[in-house]
Design a protein around this ligand. Structure first.
Ligand code: DLL
Length: 432
C-alpha cells in the first residue's frame, strides 16, 4: 500500500513542478519575515524574484545550526507566536538547544509525512505500535505518535526507558511494531533474553529505528534477535523531526518526502553540489513549513541520493543509509575515522557485542584512540591467554580496516552504559 500515491509515485517533472512552485512561495515569505535570511540573500546579491524555480535553489545561501543558535530562541520563526502551537528542541552537545516551532499546518504536515513512512515500512491499521522514542522536547516520541494515529493504527505511547515494563507490555498487549533507536532495540533484545524470553515469544514484525547512525551489520543483528524487519527512518528536528525519509519494505535507501523537504548533496569543503550519485553532505530546504522554514540547511549528515525508480513503485528519491556525520568524523593522526566503521568490524566478529566506547586523547602531540568493547558472555573467560588472543585479533581487524592504531580494552558484558535514546559512542578528551 502507498499512503499518498499521487505524490509518492509522481513523475520527476511533476515533482519538480511542485517543488518549484513551493520554493518560490517560501523564498518570498522568508525574505520578508526573517532578517537573517534577508541579510544573507542581500549579501549574495539576490532578491526573491531571482528565484524562479527549483533550478535556482543552488543560488541561495546556506543556513547552519549556528544561525539557529544566534537567533535563539525564536529569531528565525516566520510567523507570530500566536500561530505557533508547539515547540520542540534538540539538545546538542554544546551550548543552547535549538528550538523549533510548529503551526497547526506544520503539525498536520508532520503527521502526514510520518504516516507515509509507516506505510512505507509496511505498517497498517491493524498494527499495534509501541512508541519507545522519548516523548518530550525530543521529536521522536510525539512525531511517531501522531503519524501512527493519523494512519489509524493503535499507538502505545510508552516513551523510552523502563525496559522490563516495555517487554511486559509488548507481550501482554501484543505489540506488532516497535519504534525506538537501534541501540535501544539491541538493549531490548538483551533484556528479553534476561527475562528468559526470545523474539519468538513476541508478536513484533516491524521495527522502525532511527535518530542515530547504524550499520547493515547491526540491522542483521537486530532482525535476528527480535525476529522482525528492521526499517531505517531518518529525520532531524530542524527540518521537522522523524519522517523526513524512510525505507520501504525493500530496504534499499530511504525515500525522501521531497514534496516537503528538498534534498541536495554538497561537498562539505567546497560547498558545491557533488556530481549526481556521489556521496557528500546532505542539505535540506523545507518548502511547506510555516513555523520555521529552512533554506539549504546543512545537516552535516553524509549520504548520497539515488533517483532511480524503486521496486516498490515510489519515485521519491532515495538517500543511502547515513554513514555518519561530517562533525562525527574523528581525525586521528590525520586519518578519518567514523564510529560506524568500528561498529561494523565489531559486528563482523562473533566474540564481541556491538556495545563500545571510543576514547580519544592527546598525549604530547600525538592522538591516541582507545576502544572499550564488551566481550560476549561465552567468550569472557578467566583465561588470560584466550582474552589476550581475542584482544589482539580485534586490534588487528580494526587497524587493517581503519588504517590507524588502536588500544583495545576488553570489558565484561553489560559494563558500557545503555541509554533509552541516542547512544553515546565517543568521548573526545583532546583539547584542541
Ligand atoms: O533524531 C529525529 C528522529 C527521531 C529521527 C526518531 C528518526 C527517528 P534530532 O534529535 O534533531 O532529530 O537529531 C537529528 O540525528 O542530523 C542525524 O545525524 C541523526 N539521525 C537521525 N536519524 C538517523 C538515521 C531526530 N536514520 C540527527 N540514521 C540527524 C543516521 C540519523 N542518523
Amino acid at each position: 500500500m502507498i499512503w499518498n500515491e499521487t505524490i509518492e509515485c509522481a513523475s520527476r517533472e511533476e515533482m519538480r513542478r511542485i517543488q518549484s512552485e513551493r520554493l518560490v512561495e517560501t523564498v518570498q515569505r522568508i525574505y520578508h519575515s526573517v532578517p537573517t535570511y534577508r541579510h544573507k540573500m542581500q549579501e549574495a546579491g539576490l532578491t526573491p524574484s531571482d528565484i524562479r524555480g527549483i533550478d535556482d535553489l543552488s543560488r541561495l545561501p546556506f543556513t547552519t545550526k549556528q544561525d539557529l543558535r544566534d537567533s535563539y530562541p525564536f529569531g528565525m520563526f516566520t510567523v507570530p507566536m500566536s500561530e505557533i502551537v508547539r515547540v520542540h528542541a534538540s539538545s546538542g552537545t554544546t551550548g543552547k538547544p535549538t528550538v523549533v516551532g510548529y503551526t497547526r499546518k506544520d503539525l498536520n504536515t508532520w503527521a502526514e509525512v510520518v504516516t507515509r513512512t509507516l506505510v512505507m515500512a509496511g505498517v497498517h491499521r491493524n498494527d499495534i505500535v509501541q512508541v519507545a522514542y522519548g516523548y518530550g522536547l525530543f521529536t521522536g516520541g510525539l512525531g511517531m505518535h501522531y503519524g501512527t494515529e493519523n494512519l489509524g493504527a493503535t499507538v502505545i505511547p510508552i516513551s523510552g526507558g523502563n525496559t522490563q515494563k516495555q517487554i511486559q507490555l509488548m507481550q501482554d498487549l501484543g505489540s506488532t511494531v516497535i519504534a525506538c533507536t537501534p541501540s535501544y532495540a539491541l538493549h531490548l533484545a538483551e533484556v528479553i533474553k534476561d527475562m528468559g524470553l526470545s523474539g519468538d515469544d513476541l508478536k513484533l514484525r516491524i521495527g522502525i529505528f532511527g535518530a542515530e547512525p547504524w550499520s547493515e551489520n547491526m540491522r542483521r543483528e537486530i532482525e535476528s534477535k527480535l525476529k522482525l524487519r528492521a526499517i531505517d527512518i531518518y529525520g532531524l528536528s530542524e527540518v521537522i523531526g522523524p519522517g523526513v525519509s524512510c525505507e520501504c519494505e525493500f530496504q534499499c535507501g530511504m525515500h525522501v518526502n521531497e514534496d516537503h523537504f528538498v534534498p541536495e548533496i554538497i561537498d562539505p569543503e567546497t560547498l558545491l553540489p557533488v556530481a549526481p550519485g556521489e556521496r557528500g553532505e546532505l542539505v535540506f530546504t523545507t518548502i511547506t513549513k510555516e513555523g520555521i522554514p529552512l533554506i539549504r540547511y546543512r545537516t552535516r549528515d553524509l549520504t548520497r541520493l539515488d533517483y532511480t525508480k524503486c521496486s516498490c513503485g515510489r519515485t521519491l528519491v532515495r538517500m543511502e543509509k547515513c554513514t555518519g556525520r561530517s562533525d562525527d568524523m574523528l581525525i586521528i593522526r590525520g586519518v578519518n575515522v567514523f564510529p560506524s566503521q568500528i561498529e561494523s568490524v565489531l559486528l563482523d566478529m562473533s566474540e564481541t557485542e556491538p556495545h563500545y566506547l571510543l576514547i580519544v586523547e592527546r598525549e604530547g602531540n600525538l592522538d591516541t584512540l582507545k576502544l572499550m568493547v564488551e566481550v560476549q558472555e561465552q567468550f569472557f573467560s578467566d583465561e588470560i591467554k584466550a582474552l589476550e588472543a581475542l584482544r589482539r585479533k580485534i586490534t588487528h581487524n580494526i587497524q587493517s580496516t581503519l588504517g590507524v592504531s588502536v588500544e583495545v580494552k576488553l570489558v565484561e558484558p553489560r559494563t558500557i552504559e545503555r541509554t533509552a535514546g541516542k547512544a553515546k559512542r565517543v568521548i573526545d578528551n583532546r583539547k584542541i
